[in-house]
Design a binder for this molecule. Structure first.
Ligand code: FAD
Length: 495
């Protein structure tokens, strides 16, 4: 095998795994070095007392992206995991006695909208018609751009598409052209929370997320989200990728403008190409000597990060009938919570929160008669006073509201509880400011304005994952790996 085929991928998250698999499929000799004892990065899993807890992502959206991923290797998701569509897609709790279940069926969804605001069913049709176009252009074209040169975007067709994508209009003003009822506005703005910025700061183009959620549906891989990782790892190995766990990369050695060796505490790996799938800031500022960095600390300090998360993994020894699989507690003022994340970062006074109960769909993730709960509070990145006392305070604060909604005591039935926040994100993933899902998707941090996927000073060093193009989320991270693999194939073709 030719020497020039050796690729080291740092990190076995979705992006690293997808880049590695694509390159191995093309014939490169690929080794993935992962610091943790399990692959999957933010989508790892752990088991305790019969409960199986997904540690990060819980929403399986954009099933077509996963279908296309496996299809490029002649496979289907069902070769690795079984998907079910959730119905209702999710529940929103607006306040005492006020909750809605979002039906998967479009007719029922239209009826629900109409019941909240007269004329809104027809408005939803038009909103989703425009969103479908944005999804088509956004997910089929824009996310595949490596965003290295302006010229990538200079085709007439693309420029035409950009004008119809509503890139320069805010999501908030866009949705207000269609809906007035505050509950509908909350429902439609909810998927934007995944993009890490408020609706005022997010381009209207991202109504593509509404199309993904409402038209394409919310799905669940039986066994849990980690089944996707298991599938991807199995496929990577089928293609010949070597995945070496417990390898914390400490340094990337550069010689004559090329990354030549990757050093861990356990060993040294000679290489011809490096793809860094670990957090961008960590790789750039900790693994490279100063002259080779793409960005300064000043640059990073000016980035708007997506929120971090305060998480609780909770095992309950009884069923909680009033919960569904996904439950959004929108029973407090989002404007205040958003201000305490973005404008005036601090621990939130009255946070919104999210509860996933995958045991509603999947009996394998909890002992019989028990409930598996994952609770998430979005919080500002970079908070340093992340103490046990604060975690206990927020657990009780949200459990008060959860118990009030479900109408029964849950805390006395908690048989397992683990919390997770900034310090674990830093410790486990070397996450800049303890971020959970990377950079916020604001207009100023889109495409060419994101941290670049190639190092400018080291010829054979690339970056992938949620901090570079196209952005955060499982589908974009997976696509990021494929985009970077294509650049490697172009610039370092096999002889
Ligand atoms: C709580 C939470 C909820 C989320 N919910 C959803 C959701 O519902 N749906 C959705 O689509 N997305 C969701 N996301 C976002 C999604 O999980 C991420 O965008 C995606 O997993 C990022 O993948 P990645 O490959 O870029 O990075 P990562 O998953 O972080 O992978 C990077 C890997 O690099 C490794 N690494 C770091 N430093 C080193 C080093 N020095 N040496 C070796 N390895 C190293 C890390 O251990 C890690 O395995 C969520 C994220 C979080 C945290």
């Amino acid at each position: 095998m030719s020497e020039s085929r050796r690729v080291i991928v740092i990190g076995a998250g979705f992006a690293g795994l997808s880049a590695a698999t694509q390159l191995a499929h093309q014939g490169y000799d690929v080794t993935v070095l992962e610091k943790n004892s399990l692959p999957g990065g933010r989508a790892r899993v752990f088991r305790e007392q019969g409960f199986v807890f997904d540690m990060g992502p819980s929403w399986y959206w954009m099933p077509d992206v996963f279908d296309d991923y496996f299809a490029r290797f002649g496979k289907k998701p069902s070769d690795y995991y079984d998907l079910v569509r959730l119905d209702p897609s999710y529940k929103v709790i607006f306040g005492p006695g006020q909750q809605v279940d979002l039906p998967a069926d479009m007719k029922a969804l239209r009826a629900l909208f109409e019941s909240m605001e007269h004329g809104s069913a027809a408005q939803l049709d038009e909103f989703l018609r425009q969103a479908a176009y944005k999804y088509e252009v956004g997910i089929k074209k824009f996310v595949w751009k490596p965003s290295r040169k302006v010229s990538e975007f200079l085709s007439l067709k693309l420029l035409y598409d950009v004008t119809r994508l509503d890139v320069f209009q805010s999501f908030a003003s866009h949705v207000r052209k269609f809906f007035k009822d505050p509950r509908l506005l909350q429902l439609v703005e909810f998927p934007i929370l995944f993009l890490g910025a408020t609706a005022e700061k997010t381009p209207a183009m991202y109504s593509l997320m509404n199309y993904a959620e409402m038209a394409l549906g919310t799905w669940y891989p039986m066994g849990g989200m980690h089944e996707i990782v298991r599938g991807m790892v199995a496929l990577a190995k089928e293609k010949g990728v070597k995945i070496i766990l417990n390898q914390n990369v400490r340094h990337i050695a550069v010689e004559q403008g090329r990354a030549s060796r990757v050093l861990t505490a356990e060993g040294t790996y000679e290489t011809d190409i490096v793809i860094a799938g670990a957090d961008y800031h960590h790789v750039d500022s900790q693994l490279l000597a100063e002259p080779y960095r793409n960005y300064t600390e000043g640059y990073w300090d000016k980035r708007v990060m997506a929120p971090s998360s305060l998480l609780y993994y909770v095992g309950v020894n009884k069923r909680v009938p009033r919960l569904t699989h996904h439950n959004l507690f929108f029973d407090e003022d989002f404007a205040l919570h958003a201000e305490e994340i973005y404008e005036n970062p601090k621990w939130p006074s009255r946070p919104l929160f999210y509860v996933s109960a995958p045991s509603k769909t999947d009996p394998s993730v909890a002992p019989e008669g028990s409930e598996n709960l994952f609770l998430l509070i979005p919080v500002a990145p970079g908070l340093t006073d992340d103490t046990e006392a604060i975690r206990d305070k927020y657990f009780n604060l949200i459990m008060d509201r959860l118990e009030a909604y479900v109408g029964e005591a849950v805390r006395p039935h908690v048989v397992y509880k683990r919390s997770y926040a900034h310090s674990e994100f830093r410790e486990d993933y070397n996450a800049f400011k303890g971020n959970a899902y990377g950079l916020a998707n604001t207009l100023r941090q889109t495409a060419l304005l994101k941290p670049a996927l190639k190092n400018r000073k080291v010829k054979n060093l690339y970056y992938t994952g949620q901090l570079t193009v196209p952005g955060p989320g499982v589908p974009p991270s997976l696509i990021s790996g494929l985009v970077v693999a294509k650049e490697v194939e172009k610039e370092f073709p096999l002889r």
